[in-house]
Design a protein. Structure first.
Length: 432
């Protein structure tokens, strides 16, 4: 008889609960940072006197710096200190949010978005190795589900919080500042927790494996810290790192898939509130409630995805998820349904896309070379964040140049591409 999810959870070690719970809370905050501004784009456009395309650039700046710092944080987590990677990431993200809350000009907002991006960059490279080392193999999918649940709740919070703040007559800065303050307090607490209460078998970096620093290579002399010291050691490590990536083509393929799915996801998320307002006639508060609802549905659906990934396999779960998103976004884009049905479609999109999250995490873990879990997740997250950087300005421009319907049909087309890529990836590299 197949073990129930509740029975599986009960037999998980206590440290698994502590680690997965803490990183799920961290994921909650980091995801809240990522969606601070889509719920209030209309408000920001009026306050800073800029259009959707310019605000799309501001959203893209966060994605760009997030992308640029993925691999440095991945190396920090894999070779030096996972606790430091987590703590530094958490502090920088919160500081960036507080700077955004205080932004007097559009240019200041761009700088704040860049700092947020640097901070958020460290959460996947630190989180995934911690989960991987703290969780029994047969519970991995469910652990990633709990982690994804935290992220979905994080996405759901800013729309409802900021809509309430604005509708109550307060400045959006109050809501953003509150999120930043909570984030800063959490950063201190979680850093202490992992430094003082979690065993080193979980928090210790993967020294001596995965990036070529376990021995001499190309003239480099390894040292106990893995930071070299001999002339040319940085170049040698760079070569070894690139060879390591070349030896993990499955991870690179997942990064490409992550880029495609992220582009579709962020294109939808960034402008769905605008579409619901202008295309379906919903008020700002109701449109934001629909966005929040989509994330709450996703928070439940991610458990379904994790359970299916453990019971069946990752590939079919991902294909079904991306195919469903393609159809749902396509119908939404055509505008042939009423406002209530449009809200229903938004909710279903939230559920459908969340089902794939644990499956992709399982594949990344399975394809990662030994000792390079953090770096491998950093590589796939580069794809996610490139999508975050590209989608807002591209789809913002499309909305202004070709209209909402064309832009959202483009989102559906990108989702269809994800289906094709997933089928190819599973056929080429296998399943998990």
């Amino acid at each position: 008889m197949t073990e129930s999810p509740l029975a599986a959870a009960r037999r998980a070690p206590r440290e698994t609960w502590v680690v997965v719970g803490a990183v799920a809370a961290s994921q909650y905050l980091n995801h809240a940072y990522l969606v601070l501004f889509p719920p209030i784009l209309a408000v920001l456009s009026g306050e800073f006197a800029v259009g959707l395309a310019a605000l799309g650039v501001a959203l893209g700046v966060q994605g760009a710096t997030n992308t640029a710092f993925q691999l440095p944080f991945g190396r920090l987590a894999d070779r030096y200190d996972r606790t430091l990677a987590l703590g530094l990431s958490s502090v920088l993200g919160a500081v960036g949010v507080l700077a955004a809350a205080a932004a007097p000009t559009y240019e200041w907002l761009l700088v704040a978005q860049a700092v947020i991006g640097v901070g958020v960059a460290g959460h996947h490279p630190a989180h995934y190795p911690l989960i991987s080392d703290a969780t029994p193999e047969d519970l991995m999918g469910r652990a990633y589900s709990l982690y994804g649940f935290g992220g979905s709740l994080g996405f759901a919070t800013p729309p409802v919080l900021l809509a309430w703040v604005v509708s109550a007559g307060y400045s959006w800065r109050l809501g953003v500042g509150l999120i930043g303050a909570v984030g800063l307090l959490f950063a201190v607490a979680v850093t202490w927790l992992f430094a003082a209460r979690v065993d080193e078998t979980v928090t210790a970096p993967n020294r001596g494996a995965g990036d070529g620093t376990d021995g001499a290579d190309d003239g480099a002399t390894a040292d106990p810290r893995g930071d070299g010291g001999a002339p040319g050691s940085w170049l040698a490590r760079a070569r070894a790192y690139l060879r390591g990536l070349a030896a993990a083509p499955g991870v690179l393929a997942l990064a490409l898939l992550a880029l495609v799915t992220s582009t579709a996801g962020w294109g939808f998320t960034s402008y769905v509130v605008v579409f619901l307002q202008d295309g379906y006639g919903l008020s700002l508060s109701r449109a934001n409630l629909a966005l929040t609802g989509s994330y709450l549905v996703g928070a439940v659906a991610v458990f379904v995805g994790g359970d299916l990934s453990d019971r069946v396999s990752a590939g079919p779960v991902m294909v079904a998820s991306f195919a469903a998103v393609t159809v749902l976004v396509g119908v939404f884009a055509l505008g042939t349904v009423g406002p209530l049905a449009a809200v229903g479609l938004v909710l279903l999109v939230g559920g459908a896309r969340s089902v794939a999250g644990p499956a992709r995490s399982k594949l990344t873990d399975a394809f990662a070379p030994s000792g390079s879990t953090g770096t491998s997740f950093a590589v796939t997250t580069v794809g996610v964040m490139l999508g975050n950087a590209v989608a807002p300005p591209v789809f913002g421009y499309l909305i202004e140049a070709a209209g909402r319907r064309a832009a959202f049909l483009g989102v559906a087309g990108v989702s269809l591409l994800a289906v094709v890529l997933t089928v190819w990836l599973i056929a080429r590299f296998g399943d998990a």
